[in-house]
Design a binder for this molecule. Structure first.
Ligand code: E4P
Length: 221
C-alpha cells in the first residue's frame, strides 16, 4: 500500500519525506492556493523532495480544450507528475486522451462506484475516492472505496484506488482493510499513525531499566 501526503506546503512534504516511507504527494487547487506560492515552483520543489514519487497536480479549466492544454503543460514540468482531473464529462474524455498518450492521471472528486467505473474505463492511473466529505454529510464514505476496490480487482482494471479526504487514523485502517492501493492524508494524520500509549509507556520502562542496570552499547572508556 502506498502512502501519500495531501498538502501544498513544501515544509510538510519535507518532514514526511524524512521518514523515508513516503510514496507521493497529492495537491489540489485549494491546497496550492493555501501555500501562498506559485503552482509550478511548488510542484517542482515537491518532485525534488520526493524522488521517484507520484506527485499529483490538478487542472483548473472545465472545458475539454483548455483542460487538455493545461494537462499537457503540467505534465511537461516533470516526469513524476500525475495530472489530476475532476470527474466531469470533459474530464473523462481528457483522461482517455492522456491515457492513450501515456500520461498518468489521477481522477479526483470521485464519490460513487458508478463514477469510479467511468474513471477506470477511461484509463485513470489513480481513482481518488473521497471519504471524509461523505462522512461529513452523515454517510459512510468508505463504502464506495470498498466497492471500487472490488470492481478494479474483479474486472482487472489497471487503475489504483486512492483513498482521499482522510480525516483520522481509523480511515487509514479501514482503507488498509478494504484493500485500497493508496491513502493520501494531511501530515497531521500521518503523525497520528505513529502514536500508541503503550509504545510510550514501554519505551520509558525499557530506558529506565537499562539506565538502572548501568548498561552501555559502546565500551565504557
Ligand atoms: C485528494 O487528493 C484531495 O486533495 C483531498 O484528500 C481532499 O481532502 P479534504 O476533503 O480534506 O479537502
Amino acid at each position: 500500500m502506498k502512502l501519500f501526503v495531501d498538502t501544498g506546503d513544501v515544509a510538510e512534504v519535507q518532514k514526511a519525506a524524512e521518514w523515508g516511507i513516503l510514496d507521493g504527494v497529492t495537491t489540489n487547487p485549494t491546497l496550492i492556493a493555501k501555500s501562498g506560492k506559485g503552482f509550478k515552483e511548488t510542484v517542482l520543489k515537491i518532485c525534488e523532495l520526493v524522488p521517484g514519487g507520484d506527485i499529483s497536480a490538478e487542472v483548473v479549466a472545465t472545458d475539454y480544450d483548455t483542460m487538455l492544454k493545461e494537462a499537457l503543460e503540467i505534465a511537461s514540468w516533470h516526469p513524476q507528475i500525475v495530472v489530476k482531473v475532476p470527474l466531469i464529462e470533459p474530464g473523462i474524455s481528457l483522461v482517455k486522451t492522456l491515457s492513450d498518450r501515456g500520461i498518468r492521471t489521477n481522477v479526483t472528486l470521485v464519490f460513487s462506484l458508478s463514477q469510479a467505473l467511468l474513471a477506470a474505463k477511461a484509463g485513470a492511473t489513480f481513482i481518488s475516492n473521497f471519504v471524509g466529505r461523505v462522512d461529513d454529510i452523515s454517510d459512510d464514505g468508505m463504502n464506495a472505496v470498498a466497492d471500487t476496490v472490488n470492481m478494479v480487482n474483479n474486472f482487472g482494471f489497471d487503475s489504483e484506488v486512492l483513498v482521499a479526504s482522510v480525516r483520522h487514523p481509523l480511515h487509514v485502517v479501514q482503507a488498509i482493510n478494504v484493500g485500497a492501493h493508496i491513502a493520501t492524508m494531511p501530515l497531521k494524520i500521518i503523525e497520528m499513525l505513529f502514536k500508541h500509549p503503550l509504545t510510550d509507556i514501554g519505551l520509558k520502562r525499557f530506558l529506565a531499566d537499562w539506565d538502572q542496570a548501568g548498561l552501555s552499547i559502546f565500551p565504557k572508556s
